[in-house]
Design a protein around this ligand. Structure first.
Ligand code: ZN
Length: 199
């Protein structure tokens, strides 16, 4: 999966292309809105962090082009009802940043992630086909970065907080075990159990 910073960078770049095409000058509102819009589909991570760890919740509706189009339509209607004026070029740049999200997810999702059900369902609910690429860019780099971070944080976890082997062989809810679970959540993986990320 792409990390939030990746979505922000690609979202801003996409917004810049659209802004240039529409002759819209850059502004804080344009760039901040692009960063926010590029991350909106991953708000479904809230369900994931709350324990609903399944592609039924993460990388489902909010990553569908059809649902995203409906979200844009609702957003547009809400804007019409509010006493604000938004330059069309800015709005289109935000929309472009928003739609960059699932495509970046696709090019950073490889067969192993897709095999766990985390491909991108571009046409849900009309089709349950999930898209990914056989040669993902950055996926390995992202995983290595999170693994390294988990290891470093695991090393500096306070002594006395066991990092593995709690009751029933599961990691205790603290220290490195917790860090590994958090890293797994960031990666969009299922709960890996103790030490899987270190393999
Ligand atoms: Zn995503």
């Amino acid at each position: 999966m792409a990390l939030p910073i990746g979505h922000a960078v690609v979202g801003v770049a996409t917004a810049a292309v659209v802004a240039r095409a529409t002759g819209t000058p850059g502004s804080p509102e344009l760039w901040i809105g692009a960063v926010v819009a590029s991350g909106v589909p991953d708000l479904d991570m809230i369900a994931y962090v709350l324990g609903y760890r399944s592609p039924k919740y993460h990388r489902n509706a909010t990553h569908s082009l059809l649902v995203m189009a409906a979200m844009v339509a609702v957003g547009w209607l809400v804007l019409q009802a509010l006493p604000v004026t938004l330059e069309a070029g800015v709005a289109w740049a935000w929309v472009a940043a928003f739609f960059s999200h699932p495509f970046l997810d696709i090019v950073t999702t490889g067969p192993s992630t897709a095999a766990r059900g985390y491909g991108i369902p571009l046409f849900w609910p009309l089709s349950t086909k999930r898209f990914y690429t056989t040669s993902p860019i950055m996926e390995t780099l992202d995983i290595q970065a999170v693994r390294l971070g988990a290891r470093v944080l695991g090393r500096v976890a306070p002594r006395g907080l066991p990092s593995r082997g709690g009751v029933g062989g599961r990691a205790a809810p603290g220290g490195a075990g917790l860090v590994r679970r958090l890293a797994a959540a960031l990666l969009g993986e299922r709960d890996p159990g103790p030490d899987r990320l270190g393999e």
